[in-house]
Design a binder for this molecule. Structure first.
Ligand code: MLC
Ligand code: AMP
Length: 462
C-alpha cells in the first residue's frame, strides 16, 4: 500500500514548505510532524487552528501520520459558528501554533517546528477518515464533510496526471488553509508529489514573480486582483509568465479576467471544478489549450453526468474522491444522493462539443459564492434575526466584479433601523468575517407571494 505522503519516509533533499517567515525541508518536516504525531497517538479527532502559517501544514501532516482525523478551523470563525463546529465534531484537543489564541476550552497541543521524531512505518487504511471539512448549505449551520485518506490520495494523483505535476514543481498560492482548495490541493498536493509549497501570505504580483513558482493556485477574486497588478507591472507579469500553469478554481473565472491574465503573462489559465464533498471533479489539462467558459474534462476515475434529456441539467458525479457523508447528518447525506447512488452537486451544467463541462448555474439560489467561499443565505438571515433591531431579513448574492457575488442583506427593522455597520459587524462576530453582508438595505416590507414566502427574485439587485 502506497503511503499517503511517501516523501516523508524517504525525504528528498528539498524544501517541502516555505512560508513568509519560515521554511522546512522534507527531513525537517518529517521529523517535526513525527514528533507531534506521537502526542496525538490514540486520539480519534483533533481540531486544527488553521492559520495561514507553516504550523497548520505541520499539524495536518502530524494528524495524518498519527492516523487521527483533523478538523480544520477557520481562525476567524465567529462565536456561533465555532460553537456549532466544536459541538458537532467533538475534537479531543486543538492543535495550534505556539502563542496563537486557540479557540474553545479544549486541551491544546502546540505545533513545535523544531521537535524531532521518526516517521512511523505503518499507517491506517485508505478507508480511514483524514479530514472533516465544514461547508455551508442553503439553511442551517455548516455540515462536516468526512473525507477519507483514500479519497485525498486518489484525487491528488488524478490531478497530478492532469497537470503533469511532479516533485520538480514549486506550487505558490495564498489560500486559506481550512478549506479543501488550500489544505488538500494546496498543502497535501505538493507534499504527496515530494515537491515544494511556497505559501505567499497574499497573492501579490511582486512576491509571486519572485517565488519562481512553476504552478500557481488561486480563487478568481485573487486572480482578478492579480490581473490589476500585473497590468501595471510588466516585469512581474513576464516573471509570472515563466510559470508552467496558472490554475483557478472554487468559483468561475470571468472571460474578461481570463483574457487579461493571458495578455499579461502569455499563459491561459486552467480552470478546475470541485466541491468540498467531492474534491476535484474536472480540470483543464496541462496538455490542452483550455476552452474559456469551461472547467475541463472529468479527472481519470471520476464519472460526471448531466441529468435529464435536455442540453443542460443537474451535474451528478461518482468516483474515488467522494466524501463518506456529512458527520452526524445521515439525513443530509441521503438527501444529496440520487436514487441510483450518484452525488448531486447542486450545479447545473452542459457538455461542450469538445467534451468539457461548462457550468451554467446552481439549483439553489440560496447558496452564495463570494471570494470563492460558499455561504448559505439562511445562515446569514438567522444571524441577522438574532439582532434585536431586525424584524425580517432576506439575503442574496448580487454579481460583483471582484468577489463573483457580493452578499446583500435586505432588512425590515424593528422600529428605528440599526446602523448598517452594526449589522455587518454582528454577522462577522457570530459567523465569520467573510460571511458578513457587504451591504445592508432597509425596507418597510419584503416581497412575498400568496403563501407568505419571500420572493427573492423580486428584490432589487442594482
Ligand atoms: C472585514 N474584516 C472584518 C470585518 N470586516 N473582521 C471583523 N469584522 C468585520 N466586520 C476583516 C477580515 O477578517 C479580513 O482581515 C479583512 O477584513 C478582509 O476580509 P475578507 O472579507 O475575507 O477579505 P476579502 O478581500 O474580501 O478576501 C478576498 C479573498 C478571500 C479572495 C482573499 O475571499 C479568500 O481568501 N477566498 C478564498 C476562499 C477559498 O479558499 N475557498 C475554497 C473553498 S473549497 P485580514 O486580517 O484577513 O485582512 C471549494 C472547492 C473547490 O470551493 O473547488 O476549491
Ligand atoms: P464548496 O462547497 O465551497 O466546496 O464549493 C463548491 C462549489 O463551488 C461548486 O458546487 C461550484 O458551484 C463552485 N465551483 C468550484 N469550482 C468552480 C469553477 N471552476 N467554476 C465555477 N464554479 C465552481
Amino acid at each position: 500500500m502506497t503511503p499517503l505522503l511517501p516523501a516523508l519516509l524517504d525525504p528528498p533533499d528539498r524544501v517541502a514548505l516555505r512560508f513568509p517567515d519560515r521554511e522546512l525541508t522534507y527531513s525537517e518536516l518529517a521529523s517535526a510532524a513525527a514528533a507531534l504525531a506521537v502526542q496525538l497517538a490514540g486520539r480519534t479527532r483533533v481540531a486544527l487552528h488553521a492559520t495561514p502559517t507553516i504550523h497548520t501544514a505541520v499539524g495536518i501532516v502530524a494528524a495524518l501520520l498519527a492516523g487521527v482525523t483533523a478538523v480544520p478551523l477557520n481562525p476567524k470563525l465567529g462565536e456561533r459558528e465555532l460553537a456549532h463546529v466544536l459541538s458537532d465534531s467533538a475534537p479531543e484537543l486543538v492543535l495550534a501554533a505556539p502563542g496563537a489564541p486557540a479557540p474553545g476550552d479544549l486541551p491544546r497541543v502546540d505545533v513545535d517546528l523544531d521537535a524531532t521524531g521518526t516517521v512511523p512505518g505503518d499507517e491506517p487504511p485508505p478507508t480511514a477518515p483524514a479530514l472533516v471539512v465544514y461547508t455551508s448549505g442553503t439553511t442551517g449551520p455548516p455540515k462536516g464533510a468526512v473525507l477519507s485518506r483514500g479519497a485525498v490520495a486518489a484525487n491528488l494523483d488524478a490531478l497530478a496526471e492532469a497537470w503533469e505535476w511532479t516533485a520538480d514543481d514549486l506550487l505558490a498560492h495564498a489560500l486559506p488553509l481550512f478549506h479543501v482548495h488550500g489544505l488538500v490541493l494546496g498543502v497535501l498536493g505538493p507534499l504527496r508529489r515530494g515537491g515544494t509549497l511556497h505559501h505567499l501570505g497574499a497573492l501579490e504580483a511582486g512576491t509571486l514573480a519572485a517565488s519562481g513558482a512553476t504552478l500557481v493556485f488561486g480563487v478568481p477574486t485573487q486572480y482578478h486582483r492579480l490581473a490589476d497588478q500585473l497590468e501595471a507591472d510588466p516585469e512581474a507579469a513576464a516573471a509570472v509568465g515563466r510559470s508552467r500553469l496558472l490554475v483557478s478554481g472554487s468559483a468561475a473565472l470571468t472571460a474578461v479576467d481570463h483574457a487579461r491574465l493571458q495578455k499579461a503573462t502569455g499563459l491561459a489559465v486552467r480552470e478546475r471544478y470541485g466541491m468540498t464533498e467531492t474534491l476535484i471533479l474536472t480540470a483543464a489539462r496541462a496538455s490542452d489549450e483550455p476552452e474559456t467558459g469551461t472547467v475541463g474534462k472529468p479527472l481519470t476515475g471520476t464519472e460526471v453526468r448531466i441529468a435529464g434529456d435536455g442540453d443542460m441539467g443537474a451535474v451528478e458525479v461518482r468516483g474515488p474522491s467522494l466524501f463518506d457523508g456529512y458527520l452526524n447528518r445521515p439525513d443530509a447525506t441521503a438527501a444529496a444522493r440520487t436514487a441510483d447512488g450518484w452525488f448531486a452537486t447542486g450545479d447545473i451544467g452542459r457538455w461542450t462539443a469538445s467534451g468539457a463541462l461548462a457550468l451554467v448555474g446552481r439549483s439553489a439560489t440560496d447558496l452564495i459564492k463570494s471570494g470563492g467561499y460558499k455561504i448559505g443565505a439562511g445562515e446569514i438571515e438567522n444571524a441577522l434575526l438574532e439582532h434585536a433591531g431586525v424584524a425580517e431579513a432576506a439575503v442574496i448574492g448580487v454579481p460583483d466584479e471582484d468577489l463573483g457575488e457580493r452578499i446583500v442583506a435586505f432588512v425590515v427593522p424593528v422600529g428605528e433601523a440599526p446602523g448598517e455597520r452594526e449589522l455587518i459587524d454582528h454577522v462577522a462576530a457570530l459567523l465569520a468575517p467573510h460571511k458578513r453582508p457587504r451591504q445592508v438595505r432597509f425596507a418597510d416590507a419584503l416581497p412575498r407571494n400568496d403563501m407568505g414566502k419571500v420572493v427573492k427574485a423580486r428584490l432589487p439587485r442594482e
